[in-house]
Ligand binder design. Structure first.
Ligand code: PLP
Ligand code: COI
Length: 344
């Protein structure tokens, strides 16, 4: 393996040694198989290609100071994938099989888990696709589940430095009764035009409003939104947001730090009252927001006077990272330890 500059890797794809796969046929899931090819052999009429029958997940493994590899909340990802499966009529993958395959994928690619000092992590990408042929719009009866892993640095290249985000009223990500709560590819396809436009304009992400009334906040591209005011952690509730496992963790940590926690509809105007704001997710961790521009309405909301993250966002970020890297004990049962190079 070529030497990797661990401290400077971006959020991108890097080839690792193995991926892990299993197959659903005749109503049963096969045993996991290790694979070295990065390619799939797929039927040209597979439902994943034509009708978007695909769901994915994203979670991370972290190498601690003690060299142990820790995976964060993988059961929650397994359960969310099952919810996505129900959402778009795919065969549900058993939670135990998901966990077994995550552990296998990480163990077999152990040398790609970045060193503790780098602040990087191993991103784990599970993917489930409909593979059997269908020309009418119907669910497949065969599925492939696979997991690949790749070492990653920060999603937003600025890392923990606040970045500007934008409200673009001419685009929606997900409909109120659509697939926004599922982690399915179609939602990301729907976000590509607005996302690219935002990047060209110098924004790190789009903050989507609810598609029906354009009044309430939904989420920030590939991450949930939170705001802080009056010692309260506030995050939007809506029927088109992906339930973030990071956000769920932060709500618990915030409460333990003595903050009030509110998950409720958040009208756009309320942005003017927030002392701090951030995007949170597996890839984004906490990405503090510098300001939000509602471009067609000519409104701007500022969250950082000195270009730095606010104190509560920073405290939450440090606490979450400390648990993930094993600097602080996991009293929540969030961590699964994989083992280390010496003990295997
Ligand atoms: N929202 C969207 C649309 C996402 O793609 C993600 C990433 O998974 C999140 C939120 C954050 O969720 P999590 O914290 O579970 O990674
Ligand atoms: C994640 O945070 O895991 C994501 O899936 C975000 C994005 C890369 C789609």
């Amino acid at each position: 393996m070529d030497k990797i500059d661990w401290s400077n890797i971006s959020f991108g794809y890097m080839k690792t040694d193995y991926n892990v796969r299993c197959y659903y046929r005749d109503g049963k899931w096969s045993a996991p198989e290790l694979e070295t090819s990065e390619y799939l052999n797929l039927h040209i009429a597979a439902t994943s290609l034509h009708y978007g029958q695909e769901a994915f997940e994203g979670l991370k493994a972290f190498r601690g100071k003690d060299e142990k590899i820790r995976i964060f909340r993988m059961r929650d990802n397994a359960q969310r994938l099952q919810s996505s499966c129900r959402g778009i009529m795919m065969a549900e993958l058993p939670v135990e099989l998901f966990e077994e395959m995550v552990l296998l994928a990480v163990k077999k690619n152990e040398q790609f888990v970045p060193p503790y000092e780098s602040g990087a992590a191993l991103y784990i990408r599970p993917l489930l696709i409909g593979t059997s042929a269908q020309v009418g719009v119907k669910p497949a009866n065969e599925y492939t589940f696979l997991i690949f892993v790749t070492p990653v640095g920060p999603y937003f290249k600025e890392g923990f430095k606040p970045t500007p985000m934008v409200i673009m009223r001419e685009y929606d990500r997900a409909a109120p009764l659509g697939t926004g709560t599922y982690k399915v590819g179609g939602n990301y396809a729907a976000s590509l035009q607005s996302g690219e436009k935002a990047h060209e304009m110098g924004y790190s992400a789009v903050l989507y409003l609810d598609a029906k009334e354009k009044k309430y906040l939904d989420e920030c591209g590939p991450a949930n939104f939170f705001g802080i005011k009056d010692n309260t952690y506030i995050t939007p509730k809506s029927t088109s947001i992906l339930p973030s496992i990071t956000n769920k963790s932060l709500m618990q940590l915030a409460e333990e730090m003595g903050l009030r926690v509110e998950r409720r509809p958040v009208a756009e105007e309320e942005l003017a009252t927030f002392e701090e704001a951030g995007a949170c997710g597996t890839a984004a961790v906490i990405s503090p927001i510098l300001r939000i521009d509602d471009i067609s309405e000519n409104r701007t909301y500022h969250f950082s006077k000195d270009g730095k993250a606010g104190p509560i966002s920073e405290k939450l970020y440090n606490k979450l990272r400390a648990i993930q890297y094993g600097d602080e004990p996991d009293k929540y049962g969030w961590i699964t330890i994989v083992g280390n190079r010496k003990s295997g």
